[in-house]
Write a protein of this length. Structure first.
Length: 499
């Protein structure tokens, strides 16, 4: 029998110290059965590695970065003799700050809109993709009719996909609404997401200071870091890994806490004292190593892809090098998306069971396979709507960052001033998108946690939130009636007249 520890807010199964929920159980578990939660240290070496890496970044930020800012502050930000790429540290700092603030607040507003109008935004995201491709086709027809004709092919595919996907909007909306209900039940999640945004902002600023410090040390006569172009390339790659590792880990911590809270809401109800606090504690202690390992894998792939993109531009005059860089970027990007997809499910299982990274990922995939849901989890419409929820705040950040940078250098030549604004817009867009991704991750993680909990034990939800279970069963019966029958849910919950 399972029990619930009111003090920890966790999900515990008595008499068992290891292993997760029985993923191979094809039947419907009893309503009192809950996942096993192992509050033990997992993948500790990777957690220690991240802490050490973060300490190095902080040291470089304050040891070298502050000196770089002080040195650079002696030169005017709009010095016409300054190269447009020789950016003033104070301007960079202000652009980063305004990008984070605007991106964060606009993301909060837009995520709130998503929670209230999930179905409408999912429809909008589908039709918006058609509109954008149509505009691109028209533009291509105007300058290159042949390429415009070729662009009609993906447009037709998108239209066909939208036509067949329109029936799944209600299914996706039901899961988003359940996820939003959890967030509404535990407003601490919203506050925690703000803390995650602040943590992301802090990490970005610390990393930027460290990068400025390294640049200062490498390019001034009094610098302590010197070396060949190869050394510079290795250092650049390492800094990219550092940036993405920290950003991805912070995102995973947010996913972890949300998924654990959904698990408590699902299996325990609202009697838990503070599941958000308990989950946050586990995320930065016993499960930090597992989250760090998953984040590091993605960070290395992201750094490799960014390096390939950089190599593509650097080798513009070398056709063979450019082709190699394009192919490498595509392959790495594909692998990265697959790994991110696997990791997103693994983090949910880690949150529910406290397992190590590898075991959690394998058990989740095994659970979906045994339930016959592999096609279902690969067919979700929530992602496009959430990307839209990230894109719009990123645009606001880009506008704010570009305006600030453009107005900070009135003495530059018009072309250089415009270039500076463009660079600031690009950087601000990336930062704004990253900030919005942290908040949209709350919904993403909650939706995926609902999928996992529904696969683990839907009967438990019938005890804690019967109306929510009725909505889910109805949505699944409308969209995937055969899947509901095959996994035994239709018979167990006595679904009348499966569609």
């Amino acid at each position: 029998m399972s029990s619930y520890d009111d003090e920890s807010g966790g999900l515990i199964k008595e008499g068992e110290a290891d292993g997760g929920y029985a993923a191979a159980n094809l039947g419907v578990p009893g309503s009192t059965e809950r996942p096993v939660l192992n509050v033990v240290w997992q993948d500790a070496i990777w957690g220690g590695a991240f802490v050490l890496h973060a300490a190095v970044v902080v040291f470089m930020a304050f040891g070298w970065g502050i000196a770089a800012v002080n040195f650079d502050a002696q030169k005017p930000s709009d010095d016409p003799k300054r190269n447009v790429f020789d950016l003033n540290a104070s301007v960079i700092s202000r652009v980063l700050c305004i990008a984070c603030v605007v991106g964060g607040f606009s993301a909060i507003i837009f995520i709130g809109v998503l929670q209230r109008f999930a179905s409408s935004l999912i429809k909008m995201s589908l039709y918006l993709s058609i509109f954008v491709q149509f505009v691109v086709c028209c533009g291509m027809f105007a300058v290159a009719p042949l390429f415009g004709a070729l662009m009609m092919i993906p447009l037709a595919i998108t239209c066909l996909y939208t036509y067949y996907a329109r029936n799944r909007i209600a299914f996706a909306s039901a899961h988003v609404e359940i996820a939003a209900e959890v967030v509404k039940t535990y407003p601490q999640l919203y506050m925690f997401s703000l803390a995650v945004v602040f943590l992301q902002f802090t990490w970005t600023m610390l990393w930027s200071l460290a990068a400025l410090g390294i640049e200062y040390a490498a390019n001034t006569t009094g610098g302590t870091v010197k070396g060949s172009s190869t050394t510079g390339g290795v250092l650049f790659f390492g800094m990219l890994v550092s940036l993405f590792w920290g950003a991805m880990l912070i995102s995973y911590i947010g996913h972890f806490v949300t998924a654990a809270t959904v698990g408590s809401w699902w299996f325990v109800g609202t009697s838990s004292l503070n599941p958000v606090k308990d989950a946050a504690k586990r995320a930065v202690t016993t499960s930090l190593g597992s989250l760090s390992l998953g984040a590091l894998i993605v960070a290395v792939l992201e750094a490799l892809r960014s390096s390939a993109k950089s190599l593509e531009h650097m080798g513009a005059k070398n056709e063979k090098l450019r082709i190699f860089a394009v192919i490498a970027s595509c392959i790495i990007g594909l692998v990265e998306r697959l790994v991110e997809y696997f990791n997103s499910w693994a983090v949910v299982m880690i949150a529910l069971t406290g397992q190590d990274f590898k075991s959690a990922g394998m058990e989740t995939m095994s659970l979906f396979t045994n339930r016959g849901w592999t096609a279902v989890i690969n067919d979700e419409l929530v992602g496009p709507a959430l990307r839209l929820a990230c894109f719009i705040p990123a645009c606001f950040s880009a506008i704010a960052g570009a305006a600030l940078a453009y107005g900070s250098a009135p003495s530059l030549l018009p072309d250089d001033r415009f270039t500076l604004g463009g660079l600031a817009a690009f950087v601000s867009f990336v930062i704004g998108y990253a900030m919005a991704s942290v908040l949209s991750g709350v919904i993403t993680s909650a939706v995926r946690a609902v999928f996992v909990c529904f696969a683990l034990n839907p009967a438990a939800l019938g005890v804690t939130h019967p109306e929510a279970l009725s909505r889910l069963i109805s949505a699944w019966n409308e969209m995937y009636p055969q899947v509901l029958i095959d996994c035994g849910y239709a018979n167990h919950f006595q679904v009348q007249n499966p569609v």
